[in-house]
Ligand binder design. Structure first.
Ligand SMILES: NC(=O)c1ccc[n+]([C@@H]2O[C@H](COP(=O)([O-])OP(=O)(O)OC[C@H]3O[C@@H](n4cnc5c(N)ncnc54)[C@H](O)[C@@H]3O)[C@@H](O)[C@H]2O)c1
Length: 448
């Protein structure tokens, strides 16, 4: 389906929505997609590396403000045997020079959260499609702005939510689509990852180590911890909610209606600083706002409940904590087990190994080998592939601007709920009612 047909189907789009003529954005003489990458930190480097491996894509321009990150990015060009790009690195707004180039069709944004909104807005103004890392904006209004900008200018915006493409999750999606769990009733997920200790040694000096953040730190510890100082909400909802929303057809006949969030006390970061830096370390005086465990419950129009947890400041092994439960059975990722009434032994878990082989998604069967070596067990390959293929073919991205907004807006909504004493907060309907009729195009072919 062409993007323009999809838009019509989803329909009666605001009068302002301009449908781009097919292929209008590609001026590349060799038909390759020309990407710019803004933010070549740790995440940007992986997205860049995957883009440089492709025959259908060129990355002639990159932007970052830290020489150490630019140097690492250039090494990726050398490894891929590709000519070095033009580099934009002079100051926080150097990305505007990249956006001013006429020979860039789309950008990948992998900067700190607070930069995503202005960079994406300006990229769309400059007629670039946007693939943006997790988090669209920091306020509800910013989410509306991105949705309206995308509609008005006809530019695509895809949140690069890689967990939607995790192999076990895609097998579960197949099981869901074949009604093996019956009718879905309840789902769980989240971001549960001990992030207290982001450190790195580039051979010249050690950076970070959890106790330090801001300028003395490395990579995300430079900026992420700042959010824990002043914000209290589910700061990173999309790894959990993205895959779950695709299982319950959000924006294909379903939508989130409202949420309630609760935050525990904040102890983890302070204790870590005292333990590793001593009680006289300057950071030991900081009063962190972010509750160590933030729990959010979401209701949907079709009556499912969803439980999301954000848990990054306490000791724990990594787990996204998925659970998908219906009238006939359930799957949980932590114990890699499934239970289906009448098929698996009564009251017993069964390992998912055979199930996941049988229900392996066609995308993984097709691209599994290409994905080997890609980040996060291969799923990063798929999210880059989906973005690039959709944009190149002038087709709708499988994660669209409405999905991206509804997943990401959980952060400011959860902050509001907590600030108001755990009050239920309504979700905005970014689709203006079109969620009822939009088709489900996520991973329903073996193309992307
Ligand atoms: N999907 C995933 O699995 C995944 C994993 C890690 C990070 N992320 C997301 O990726 C994004 C980046 O995270 P990261 O871990 O790479 O952080 P990082 O700090 O390693 O990288 C961010 C980069 O942005 C650069 N930057 C900052 N301000 C800039 C500006 N004004 N102009 C240009 N460059 C600027 C920094 O110099 C840095 O190199 C975040 O949104 C993060 O949440 C996603």
């Amino acid at each position: 389906m062409k993007r323009s047909e999809f838009i019509k189907l989803g329909a009666l789009v605001s009068a302002a929505f301009t449908v781009l003529p097919s292929k209008v954005v590609f001026g590349s003489p060799n038909g390759k997609l020309r990407l710019g990458v803004i933010g070549t930190g740790l995440r940007g480097q992986e997205l860049l590396r995957l883009s440089l491996q492709r025959e259908d894509t060129e990355v002639p321009a990159i932007c970052d403000i830290q020489p150490v990150m630019i140097e690492s990015a250039l090494r990726l060009y050398d490894k891929a045997n590709k000519p070095h790009p033009v580099i934009y690195s002079k100051g926080d707004y150097a990305y505007r020079e990249l956006l001013a180039r006429k020979d860039i069709d789309a950008v990948i944004i992998a900067t700190p959260w607070e930069w995503h909104y202005p960079m994406a807005m300006e990229a769309m103004d400059a007629k670039k499609h946007v693939g943006c890392e997790v988090i669209m904006g920091t306020t509800v209004e910013e989410h509306w702005d991105i949705v309206r900008k995308s509609q008005t200018l006809g530019m695509q915006y895809m949140m690069l939510e890689n967990v939607c493409y995790r192999r076990d999750i895609m097998a579960v999606l197949q099981l869901v689509r074949q009604h093996v769990f019956g009718e879905l009733v309840h789902l769980q997920g989240g971001y549960q990852h001990d992030l207290r200790d982001v450190k790195f040694n580039d051979g010249k000096q050690p950076y970070g180590g959890g106790v330090e953040f801001g300028e003395k730190a490395y990579s995300e510890a430079q900026w992420r911890t700042q959010h824990s100082i002043r914000r209290n909400g589910d700061l990173y909802p999309t790894h959990g909610i993205g895959p779950l929303s695709k299982m319950i057809g959000v924006h294909a006949g379903n939508r989130f209606t409202h949420l309630v969030s609760m935050a525990s006390k904040a102890r983890g970061l302070h204790e870590y600083i005292v333990q590793h830096g001593g009680k006289h370390h300057p950071n030991a005086d900081i009063k962190f706002q972010l509750g160590d465990l933030v729990t959010t419950m979401i209701n949907t129009a079709n009556g499912e409940t969803i439980l999301l947890q954000h848990d990054t400041n306490l000791p724990r092994p990594y787990s996204l904590g998925f659970r998908v439960q219906g009238t006939k059975g359930l799957w949980m990722d932590l114990n890699r087990s499934i239970h289906i009434e009448g098929i698996t032994q009564a009251h017993r878990w069964e390992t998912t190994d055979e199930w996941f082989k049988k229900f392996d998604h066609p995308l993984w069967q097709r691209y599994g080998e290409d994905a080997q070596g890609a980040g996060h067990g291969g799923m990063d390959f798929f999210v880059v592939n989906a973005f690039i293929q959709a944009i190149r073919n002038d087709e709708p991205t499988p994660i669209n601007v409405y999905d991206s907004a509804a997943w990401s807006v959980i952060t400011p909504l959860s902050e509001e709920s907590i600030a108001q004493g755990n009050k239920p907060i309504d979700f905005p309907d970014f689709t203006d009612g079109r969620w009822k009729t939009m088709p489900d195009i996520f991973a329903n072919s073996d193309r992307y």
